[in-house]
Design a binder for this molecule. Structure first.
Ligand code: ADP
Length: 255
């Protein structure tokens, strides 16, 4: 069995009406089901609970205060887990919800417990949906990114590959939203100063990490010998292509 960890950004999951893009989830579930048939177990690390909760609470603007965001996470989490559950169940896959806090992974004993639970879920053929427990753990909201969480989960599960499905088709040599002649980097061998500079500052309003956290994740993954692909979440067959080594985005190779 090989393990794939897929991180999904808020803007990729976000959709009209109830805040969740079902078509995206259906396509994702299709891909995960096909991967399972070829021996891959998938863990999904997904952002989007807060965005989903905000829609349900009728809050058009992201509130500035933390308790409102925590409340939105609490409202959004079950709705978001249900949406994943439905899409995956329609392809014969059972999902579970795993909410982690930084504390869980910083302490050895809870780290090991988290690892044991994830591994057992994978043994049972379950697709764990992992997210930060944003209702009680505000670091994630503050510094907020699930790219780091994705890298961590990939290390915990000894993944063969980590894929970040983003709102952009990969990592450019400068922020393409600011620099019209920025070029897509297909392969990054080493995280040097040039790469760090290209990642620049944090990204869009919905997503919080931008490329900075992805490059940081790539570095942590590289140390663990796990390659990372960053690609456009709506690219059909993004996962199958990534595991085949024929990705459409950027590969951060591990040494
Ligand atoms: P997500 O959570 O969906 O991955 P983010 O907004 O966190 O979305 O990160 C992607 C965004 O990072 C891009 O849309 C872009 O605006 C920004 N960005 C900054 N620097 C770069 C870069 N060098 N290459 C690509 N995107 C970059």
């Amino acid at each position: 069995r090989r393990v794939l960890v897929v991180k999904i950004g808020s803007s990729t999951l976000a959709g009209p009406d109830d805040g969740i893009d079902r078509r995206f989830l259906d396509a994702l579930a299709d891909q995960v089901a096909r991967l399972r048939d070829s021996g891959w177990a998938t863990v999904v690390v997904s952002s989007g609970a807060i965005a989903c909760g905000l829609v349900r609470l009728g809050m058009a603007e992201r509130p500035a205060d933390l308790p409102s965001l925590q409340a939105a996470a609490s409202v959004g989490q079950p709705a978001f887990a249900a949406a994943y559950g439905e899409a995956f169940a329609a392809r014969g896959l059972t999902t579970s919800l795993v909410l982690l806090t930084r504390h869980d992974t910083a302490e050895r004993s809870t780290y090991l417990h988290a690892r044991d639970a994830l591994m057992r879920l994978l043994d049972l053929g379950v697709v764990p949906i992992v997210n930060g427990n944003d209702t009680v753990s505000v670091e994630q909201i503050r510094f907020g990114d699930n790219d780091t969480l994705g890298a961590l989960v990939a290390c915990l599960t000894q993944a063969s590959l980590c894929v970040i499905l983003s709102d952009i088709n990969g990592f450019y040599d400068a922020n393409p939203r600011e620099c019209s002649d920025a070029r897509l980097m297909r392969r990054v061998e080493r995280i040097d100063q040039q790469v760090i500079d290209a990642a620049g500052a944090a990204g869009t309003g919905l997503g919080t990490g931008g490329m900075v956290t992805k490059v940081r994740a790539a570095r942590a993954l590289g140390l663990a010998g796990i390659p990372l692909v960053v690609c456009q979440g709506r690219e059909p067959d993004a996962l199958a292509r990534a595991v085949r080594g024929d990705h459409a985005g950027t590969l951060f190779a591990s040494p």
